[in-house]
Design a protein around this ligand. Structure first.
Ligand code: G
Ligand code: G
Ligand code: MN
Ligand code: NA
Length: 248
């Protein structure tokens, strides 16, 4: 059967869920949680977002998926006190003229404070540099959301676009972190990214940190905020509620 029609159903029937992965800072406390969508297919089991997010983009379902994600994340995290939450947004979603209207409606419906939410975009989103994307990012910032650039270093964003779009945070792609095990060149690259981030006054987070050795090498480069299996796998909201509910 067709995955696309299954996906349409999944958007309605509850088999899509969110999990949350912490970003831990140098003081050992949690700076933010990244929300990640999961699909537990009734027959095929778990299907990776790297499969079904692109499928949503090709089949016109990406705005529905995007709305599902905002709605569910706001619902699940509204009571988390002042902890920050990062939400991934597809480049196609950002290119929609309806994007901000939908988001503003959900912010009002769930009474969340946009300053607690960080929108993760990929470098691809900045590449096209079309007017609608630019307006959406400007409006996101005006509403109080912050912007994180995901998978940093794998795309083609110019230094110019980091400034022009008022990016707040860059996330060092996990391929660089992975290579820290293997070679010195990787460490040079990470070091350069951290310096770049500092020069532009951006927060820098390393992704995919799995080992103590990687954490040490990152710290040596001046990067002290980490996301990855070393800190925690992504977990469902139910497992986190106790952690944050006293935060208010
Ligand atoms: O969680 P995982 O590593 O499997 O995610 C794979 C990819 O799917 C990542 O690049 C991530 O950015 C993307 N992704 C995860 N959750 C979401 C989401 O809620 N919305 C969008 N657009 N992409 C997501
Ligand atoms: O591209 P993005 O950063 O949005 O996606 C994060 C993805 O990376 C998630 O699917 C998450 O499950 C996965 N992930 C999180 N921590 C680690 C890790 O330490 N190692 C690896 N290989 N993947 C990770
Ligand atoms: Mn991300
Ligand atoms: Na990433």
């Amino acid at each position: 059967r067709n995955l696309e029609s299954d996906l349409r159903k999944a958007l309605a029937d509850g088999s899509l869920t969110m999990v949350y992965q912490p970003q831990m800072n140098g003081r050992g406390s949690i700076d933010a949680m990244e929300a990640l969508v999961r699909w537990n297919h009734p027959e095929r089991g778990s299907i990776a977002p790297s499969i079904f997010v692109p499928l949503c983009e090709e089949s016109g379902l990406i705005l529905d998926l995007g709305e599902f994600v905002f709605r569910r994340v706001f619902q699940e995290t509204a009571g988390w006190g002042d902890i920050r939450v990062a939400i991934n947004v597809s480049a196609l979603q950002l290119r929609s003229p309806m994007f901000m209207a939908t988001l503003t409606r959900l912010v009002a419906e769930f009474r969340v404070n946009p300053e607690r939410y960080e929108i993760e975009i990929t470098e691809t989103a900045l590449l096209g540099d079309d007017g609608i994307t630019r307006d959406n990012i400007t409006m996101l910032k005006q509403e109080g959301f912050s912007i994180a650039l995901d998978d940093f270093g794998t795309g083609y964003s110019s230094l110019n676009s980091l400034k022009r779009f008022s990016v707040d945070k860059i996330k060092i792609d996990r391929s660089f972190v992975h290579n820290l095990e293997a070679n010195d060149e990787a460490e040079g690259l990470v070091d350069a990214i951290v310096k770049l981030g500092r020069a532009l006054k951006l927060d820098v987070v390393a992704e995919g940190v799995e080992t103590e050795h990687q954490r040490e090498r990152l710290a040596a480069c001046g990067c002290n905020t980490f996301q990855g299996f070393l800190v925690s796998r992504p977990v469902p909201a139910e497992e986190l509620d106790g952690l944050f509910s006293g935060h208010n």
